[in-house]
Design a protein. Structure first.
Length: 648
C-alpha cells in the first residue's frame, strides 16, 4: 500500500510538469490570482487568465514566492502592523491594491496570502518580510472584466508610496499608545507586557533606520520633490545609496547619498538573459569571457538584492573572503535560469479585438520605411521563441535621442565617500595595481566591489563544508547557464562598434538602450521614464502650448497612471481624470525627470544618424555625424504601424 502511494505521488508530480514542487502538487489554474469586481480606480476583473510564455503555473508561483534575500521588516511586524489612520492591518489587500501590487489568495507556498512578489525570508534565524523579483516584474492588464496576467512584465507598483507609508505607519504605532499596545500583544503574546518596553525600543530603532532610508532617497531636484507615481522607480539611485550608506555607517545616511530623482519604468524581463547588456543604460554586462563577465548576470542580480533591502556588511570580518550578506545566491542563480526560459506575451485575440492582418501588413512596411529595425532589431531575423536567441543591444546618447537625460547622467555621475573601501583595489584591477579607492568614489565602482565580494563569501547560515560546496556549485552553474557567455565583447553606441578601453569611457555609458519590441503591446507607458501613455502618442510629437492650442495632435502634457483597464486601439491604459478617481497619479511631463521629449522620428522632429552601406555612422574627423530627418507620419501609417506592433 505504501509503495502504491509513493508511485501515485511520483506520477502526479511527473504529470504536473513541475520543476519546483514547493508550490504544492495541485495548483489552481488561475495561479491564485485574486479577482476584484471593482477596485478604487474603477476597474476590476471577473477572471484572471495567463498567456503562453513558456512558463506553467508552477513556474509562475515559484517566481512569485522564491526569496532572494530581501529583508525590509521583521516578518511578524509586517504581518501585524496597522495602517497609520485606522486599525486595519497595513497588509490589508485593499491597501496593497492601492499601491497597485497584485493580490493573491492563500496557497501552499503563500500561507499568509501575500501579494505577488512579497515573501518571507529567513536570515540568521530571524524571519523578515521582503521582495522577490516578481514584485517589480509582474503585471496585469484588464479588458472588459478579464485580467491578463503577464509574467516578466513591468509592474504598476508604487514602491515609493509603499515605503513612505511603512514609515508613517511605524511612526503612528509609536505615537499612539493604543495602536502600539495592540501590536505588542499580537507579537509578544505570552511575553506581554514583560517585554513591551524592550519591543518599543526595537521598534523605535527600526523606524529610525527606515526613515533614514526614506530621507536619503528623497526624489529631490533642488527644492522640488518629484514623486515617482505608479510603474516607476529609481532603482539605480536607491541601490547606490544603500551601498554608500553601508560604507559609512557612522554617518547619517543623508551625508553619503545622492538624490534618487531619475525614475524609470520597471523593465520587462523576456530576452533579458539573451542580451549582451541589460538595464536601461546598458551598464550591466551578460558576457562570460572574463572574471567580470563570469559574474555578469549573477552580479547584476546580487546588486539588485542589496538594493531591495538585502542585509549586508561591507566591513570584512577576520578570515572571511568577502562580505557577509543575506543574498541567496542559489535562488538568484535559479531565478536567472528560469527567466532565460521566459517568452514574450502574444496579443490574445480571444480576449482583445482581433488583429487586422491586412492593416498589420501595411504597418510592417511602415516599420521598415521608418527604420525602426535599426535601433530595436529586425523582427524578421529574430525568433522570440528560440531558446538560443541572442540580442545585440544598440545604444544611443540622450542628446541624439532627445529623451530625458536624468537616468543616464545619474548612472555615471553619482558619487560618495569611499568609507571602508578607501585604499582598497578598484574593481577589475590586478592585485598589484596602484589604482585604489580614494576619499571619494563613483557609486558604480563601489557597487561593483560590493557585489563581487558578496558573491565570493559563502552563506554563514550553513556549515563550513556545505557553504563552500554550494557556493562553488552556484558560481559554476551561473556561468554554465549564461546564454551569451561566448559573445565577443563590444558595445554598439550611436551606430559605432566600440571595443577595448573605449567601452568604459563615460560618454559610452551615458546612453539608453533600444529595447526589443516583441511583447511591446503589454508594456505601457512608454519611453524609459514612462512619460508617454500609449503607442499611439509615441508616434506623435511633443508640442508647445501654442501648437496644442491650435489643435495639433500631440503627446499628452499630463495623464493619469494607476488604472489597469486596457485601450486596445491606442495600446496603453485608458486615461481617466483625477476628478473621477482622485487616488490616481497625475504624471506631469513638465516636471524634472518627467520629460516626454525625444524619439520623435515619426514626427520629423528627431533626426536619424545617416549610415553607410555597412550600417555604420557617417561621421567626420571630429566625430560629428551626418543626420537626416524622416517625413512626418500621417494618421493612416500611424494606425497601421500600431497594428503591426501588436503582432510582435
Amino acid at each position: 500500500m505504501k509503495n502504491r502511494f509513493c508511485s501515485l505521488f511520483l506520477m502526479i508530480v511527473m504529470l504536473s510538469g513541475c520543476s519546483y514542487v514547493s508550490q504544492g502538487v495541485i495548483v489552481a489554474t488561475d495561479r491564485y490570482a485574486e479577482n476584484i469586481p471593482k477596485d478604487l480606480f474603477g476597474d476590476g476583473t471577473q477572471e484572471v487568465v495567463y498567456l503562453e510564455q513558456n512558463w506553467d503555473r508552477y513556474d509562475s508561483l515559484w517566481f512569485y514566492n522564491t526569496t532572494q534575500g530581501s529583508n525590509l521588516l521583521p516578518y511578524d511586524i509586517f504581518l501585524n502592523m496597522e495602517q497609520a489612520t485606522n486599525q486595519e492591518l497595513f497588509r490589508n489587500p485593499d491597501q496593497m491594491r492601492k499601491f497597485r501590487f497584485l493580490t493573491q489568495r492563500v496557497s501552499f507556498d503563500n500561507p499568509d496570502g501575500l501579494p505577488v512578489g512579497f515573501v518571507k525570508d529567513t536570515y540568521q534565524d530571524k524571519d523578515y518580510f521582503g521582495f522577490t523579483c516578481a514584485a517589480c516584474h509582474t503585471t496585469q492588464v484588464n479588458y472588459k472584466g478579464t485580467g491578463i496576467r503577464i509574467d516578466g512584465g513591468g509592474s504598476l507598483a508604487d514602491m515609493e508610496g509603499l515605503l513612505l507609508s511603512v514609515g508613517v505607519a511605524l511612526q503612528a504605532t509609536l505615537d499612539q499608545e493604543d495602536k502600539f499596545d495592540r501590536l505588542s500583544k499580537r507579537i509578544l503574546r505570552k511575553e506581554y507586557p514583560l517585554k513591551k518596553e524592550a519591543f518599543r525600543a526595537d521598534l523605535a530603532l527600526l523606524l529610525q533606520q527606515h526613515q533614514a532610508y526614506n530621507d536619503s532617497n528623497t526624489p529631490r531636484h533642488g527644492d522640488k520633490v518629484v514623486h515617482y507615481g505608479y510603474g516607476r522607480l529609481d532603482a539605480f539611485g536607491r541601490i547606490y545609496n544603500r551601498i554608500l550608506s553601508q560604507l559609512t555607517p557612522d554617518l547619517p545616511a543623508t551625508d553619503n547619498a545622492n538624490p534618487s530623482n531619475a525614475p524609470v519604468s520597471y523593465p520587462f524581463l523576456w530576452d533579458i538573459a539573451q542580451h549582451d547588456y541589460v538595464q536601461w543604460n546598458g551598464v550591466a554586462s551578460n558576457h562570460g569571457d572574463s572574471l567580470a563577465g563570469f559574474l555578469g548576470p549573477l552580479g547584476r542580480n546580487v546588486g539588485e538584492v542589496l538594493g531591495v533591502f538585502g542585509t549586508f556588511n561591507l566591513q570584512r570580518k577576520h578570515d572571511d573572503v568577502g562580505y557577509r550578506s543575506s543574498s541567496d545566491i542559489r535562488n538568484i542563480t535559479r531565478l536567472e535560469r528560469q527567466v532565460a526560459r521566459l517568452e514574450s506575451p502574444q496579443w490574445p485575440e480571444e480576449i482583445l479585438p482581433k488583429i487586422d492582418r491586412p492593416l498589420a501588413e501595411a504597418g510592417r512596411k511602415v516599420f521598415y520605411e521608418y527604420k525602426c529595425s535599426l535601433c530595436h532589431g529586425d523582427p524578421s531575423t529574430f525568433d522570440p521563441r528560440d531558446p538560443k536567441r541572442k540580442v545585440i543591444a544598440q545604444f544611443f546618447s540622450p542628446d541624439i535621442l532627445g529623451t530625458d537625460p536624468f537616468m543616464a547622467d545619474n548612472g555615471i555621475d553619482a558619487r560618495g565617500k569611499s568609507g571602508f573601501f578607501k585604499g582598497k583595489q578598484l574593481p577589475g584591477e590586478l592585485p598589484n595595481s596602484s589604482k585604489k579607492f580614494g576619499e571619494t568614489t563613483d557609486a558604480f565602482s563601489a557597487l561593483s566591489r560590493a557585489v563581487t565580494y558578496v558573491i565570493l563569501e559563502p552563506d554563514h547560515d550553513k556549515g563550513f563544508i556545505r557553504r563552500w560546496s554550494e557556493r562553488l556549485y552556484d558560481l559554476v552553474g551561473s556561468f554554465a547557464s549564461n546564454p551569451i557567455k561566448k559573445q565577443v565583447k563590444e558595445r554598439h553606441v550611436n551606430f559605432k562598434t566600440i571595443t577595448g578601453d573605449q567601452m568604459s569611457a563615460p560618454k559610452m555609458l551615458r546612453v539608453y538602450k533600444g529595447r526589443t519590441l516583441n511583447g511591446i503591446w503589454a508594456t505601457a507607458p512608454y519611453l524609459h521614464n514612462g512619460s508617454v501613455p500609449n503607442l499611439y502618442e509615441l508616434f506623435l510629437p511633443r508640442c508647445t502650448d501654442e501648437e496644442i492650442a491650435a489643435g495639433k495632435a500631440c503627446r499628452s502634457r499630463q495623464f493619469t497612471v494607476g488604472n489597469r483597464e486596457f485601450d486596445p486601439k491606442r495600446v496603453g491604459f485608458v486615461t481617466m481624470t483625477p476628478a473621477e478617481h482622485p487616488e490616481l497619479f497625475v504624471f506631469d511631463t513638465a516636471l524634472p525627470s518627467n520629460s516626454n521629449a525625444g524619439h520623435e522620428y515619426s514626427s520629423g522632429v528627431t533626426p536619424l544618424i545617416k549610415l553607410n552601406e555597412r550600417g555604420e555612422a557617417i561621421c567626420n574627423a571630429q566625430g560629428v555625424c551626418e543626420r537626416e530627418f524622416l517625413l512626418p507620419m500621417d494618421e493612416q501609417k500611424r494606425i497601421a504601424l500600431i497594428e503591426y506592433l501588436k503582432t510582435l
